[in-house]
Each structure stands twice: as structure tokens, then as C-alpha cells.
Design a protein around this ligand. Structure first.
Ligand code: AKG
Length: 283
């Protein structure tokens, strides 16, 4: 990470509710994440017998993602669901620079209230009942843990134009704490009378930069053009020993459900497994 004065970054965060950490994740880690995500889509296309567009540019990724979307929405959704579980995503969002900064902010004992989130903004590929751009919201109701919780959001692609789905924030809005709003399917939508739409500011970042923001900051997804794709991932850090978190007995609103029903009948059989253990080891 390029260190500007750490105090200046913390001061900026306190005043504005967000801060950009330049190069807070290593470039090769970002490339690994993008390569793995792209591969998940390509493997599904190959399995379905659909031609895979060659290359690794954003335009190629968009083409392959679009092919899976149009051919098999179920597999497309399953692929998206898999991304936030990738080890490479977890590693990206827990770089030494990020953890150092979060600790300097004052979060003492860190925990993750929930899994990482993958934000896939792709042209006009809207999943029925899904969302494309997130409307103005605050994240605290989706955590309800320490008051100093932060969101760590990392773009996997350059977002250097206002029409490539930048994260948009209202600087300083975190000072008001939790505002009246309604919980809809995807977010806690802040009542429009509590902010001025003209105060939204797009935050332009390069691949590998990270935006750290308060769970009380009003934010949304900015505009995107139909030929654009933007992947980002985020996670939430909470401070287990924040005073009210202790008083409220370490609240946690996320529960884990394990669906133990066998999904593929009569699978696996012996022959599906045997080859894994019968082939000689390669060193
Ligand atoms: O990636 C985006 O555009 C939205 C992210 C977001 O709103 C969030 O992480 O809460």
C-alpha cells in the first residue's frame, strides 16, 4: 500500500466516513481472483458445450459471463453464489495493509459478521427478482454489531469513469448514525427525505484499491453502461469488544443453515471416488 500519512487517512475517514487505501491489495492477488472468477464461468460454458471467448480482458469476461447468463440462468446464479466463498477473495480482503488500517482505526478484536459479498455489475444482465445497482442505503442494519464496524470494498476492475458502476457515497453522512428507512429485499433503504441526492459523490478507484467505509455511511451503486462489467467484493469487519457490543452480548443476526438433503441422487458412487486415491502421487 502506498502510505500517505496514516493520521491523515484516519482523519479523512473520521470526517467523511470513508477513505480510499491505494493499492491495499497486491496486484497479483487481484489477478488471481479475477482469473478464478472468470474460470468458474468458463468451466460452466465448456460443460454446456458453449464456445468460450478467449482472452482475459474485461470485454472477454463480459462476453463469457453474458453467454452463461443467456444459456443457463440457474448455473449463472450458482456461479455468482460460489464467488464469495473463494479462498482468493477472502485473502484479498484480509491483506496486511487492510488489517493494519482497521486496527489503527481502533477496531481491537476483529470478527466477520458474515461471508464476503461479491458485487457483480454487468451491463444489462438483470436476474429476475435480483438487483443490478444498489439504491441509497446504510449497511449497519445488516450487521447490528459494533458501532465502529467498517465495510472493506475492493474493486477487481478499474473504476475510473463515472459510468462504470462506481461506488457513490454521501461524505459525512455517517455522522447522523442510523437514519429512518425501510428494509427491502437487498438493503436498508434510507428514507429519501433524510439526504440530498445531489450530495452523492462517485469514488473512482483502480484495481487493487480498497474503500473502507463506516456502516452508517449512505452509499449506492453509480451508473453503468450496458457494455460495461464491474466486479467488486467486500467484507465487513466488526470490533467484538466495542462497548455497546459487549453490553448487547455480542449480537449476531446472521445464522448458518446447513441443508443436508442429498441434491444429486445416488451420488457419489464408488467409481466416482476411487480414481482420486488410486492414481500414483505426482510430486
Ligand atoms: O458494489 C456496489 O456497487 C455496492 C456495494 C454496497 O453497497 C455494499 O457493499 O454495501
Amino acid at each position: 500500500m502506498i502510505h500517505r500519512d496514516m493520521n491523515a487517512l484516519v482523519q479523512f475517514y473520521k470526517e467523511n466516513g470513508y477513505v480510499v487505501l491505494k493499492e491495499a491489495t497486491k496486484q497479483d492477488n487481484v489477478q488471481t481472483v479475477i482469473g478464478e472468477i472468470h474460470r468458474l464461468f468458463k468451466e460452466q460454458l465448456k460443460f454446456l458445450g458453449i464456445e468460450v471467448v478467449k482472452g482475459e480482458s474485461d470485454a472477454v469476461i463480459l462476453a463469457n459471463v453474458g453467454r452463461l447468463f443467456h444459456h443457463d440462468l440457474g448455473r449463472y446464479k450458482a456461479t455468482l453464489r460460489q464467488v464469495n466463498k473463494l479462498f482468493s477473495v477472502q485473502r484479498l480482503l484480509t491483506s496486511d495493509s487492510i488489517i493494519h488500517f482497521v486496527k489503527v482505526l481502533g477496531l481491537e478484536v476483529l470478527s466477520f459478521p458474515t461471508d464476503a459479498v461479491f458485487h457483480c455489475m454487468v451491463g444489462d444482465l438483470l436476474i429476475p427478482d435480483g438487483y443490478m445497482r444498489l439504491i441509497a442505503h446504510q449497511d449497519w442494519p445488516a450487521m447490528q454489531s459494533s458501532l465502529d464496524s467498517v465495510i472493506v470494498w475492493s474493486s477487481l476492475m478499474d473504476v475510473i469513469s463515472e459510468t462504470n458502476f462506481p461506488l457513490e457515497v454521501i461524505p459525512g453522512s455517517h455522522h447522523n448514525g442510523l437514519l429512518p428507512g425501510i428494509t427491502n429485499d437487498h438493503v436498508y433503504e434510507v428514507a429519501p427525505s433524510y439526504y440530498d441526492i445531489d450530495h452523492f459523490k462517485p469514488i473512482l478507484v483502480e484495481k487493487g484499491d480498497v474503500i473502507v467505509f463506516s456502516s452508517f455511511l449512505i452509499h449506492r451503486t453509480g451508473k453503468g453502461e450496458t457494455d460495461r462489467i464491474r466486479f467488486a467484493c467486500s467484507t465487513r469487519y466488526e470490533n467484538v469488544v466495542e462497548t455497546t457490543n459487549i453490553q448487547r452480548a455480542y449480537p449476531s443476526i446472521h445464522t448458518r443453515i446447513v441443508d443436508r438433503e442429498i441434491k444429486t441422487k445416488d451420488f457419489p458412487e464408488k467409481q466416482h471416488v476411487a480414481h482420486l486415491f488410486n492414481e500414483p502421487a505426482e510430486t
